[in-house]
Design a protein around this ligand. Structure first.
Ligand SMILES: [Ca+2]
Length: 262
């Protein structure tokens, strides 16, 4: 990134000699721009799962039987690693009715971040039940400022990314944002981005303020599966996750733009 390189160069100069403030700034070295995950504004730590010294991602596999572990493995999205969520109802350790594979991170986020984005890749998908899906969830934790008429300690939105056309269940403090494809695309990295501030305003009527932190989930799961249903299989990777003020969506190509030579 240009800014850190420039700053680094200035610090190097400062360490050697006392430079007047009018000293011309050295030209930044040209480096390829990082894809997504090292943006300074990202509130997620280790958003691309490449740093094996940090463990900001966790889940509830050791605390509740409905959760299952995740793994950080090869490959990644334009990188070496990603978070692998490996759902298989044939696994004897997975309960029949509900299983959740996911990664979670808690972000203090004193200023509510406008955007959430990332990529996912579905290596394998066999539908075993109607409510088998991928989603992200953002919980506003310990909110002192609450939506009008709401009196629970946290409120949240869930955004299914693929797999379901209707909310899988109803929950007092969770609003589902529908609109993702019911049948997932497999064998391809899929980018997603949502205007989180807009979603909270649409669903809860406010931009969250005055809370402890945001608890963010990226999941693959099923709910309400019965023993007589077929095998449910979903081998899903998440990578390059982002929570912050910047949109990183790739602008759509406009084929009808005027030819500048006309
Ligand atoms: Ca990665």
């Amino acid at each position: 990134m240009i800014l850190p390189l420039t700053l680094s160069a200035l610090l190097t100069l400062g360490a050697c000699t006392t430079q007047p403030e009018s000293e011309p700034t050295p030209e930044p070295i040209e480096h390829p721009q990082p894809e997504f995950s090292t943006r300074d504004s990202n509130l997620f730590a280790n958003p691309s799962f490449e740093d094996d010294t940090e463990s900001p991602w966790f889940n509830y596999a050791e605390r509740t039987p409905n959760w299952a572990p995740f793994a950080i493995t090869e490959p990644g999205h334009r990188s070496d690693h990603s978070a692998l969520l490996d759902l298989d109802s044939d696994d004897p350790d997975q309960p029949t009715a509900r299983i959740i594979h996911g990664v979670i991170q808690e972000c203090p986020a004193p200023t509510f971040p406008r955007y959430i984005s990332g990529t996912y890749h579905i290596d394998q998908w066999e539908r075993g039940t109607t409510n088998q899906y991928l989603q992200l969830v953002v919980i506003v934790w310990n909110a002192r400022t609450k939506p009008k008429g709401f009196n629970l300690p946290n409120y949240q939105i869930a955004v299914p990314l693929a797999g379901i056309a209707n909310p899988p269940f109803s929950m007092l403090n969770r609003k589902f944002v529908m609109g993702a494809p019911q049948e997932p695309t497999t064998d391809e990295w899929i980018e997603f981005e949502y205007d989180l501030e807009q979603l909270f305003n649409d669903q809860w009527g406010l931009t969250p303020t005055n809370y402890d932190y945001l608890r963010v989930f990226f999941e693959v799961r099923y709910d309400g599966r019965t023993e007589d249903e077929p095998r449910a299989l979903a081998h899903v990777r998440f990578d390059d996750l982002y929570l912050g003020p910047e949109s990183r969506a790739t602008p759509e190509t406009n084929d009808e733009s005027p030819d500048p030579t006309d």
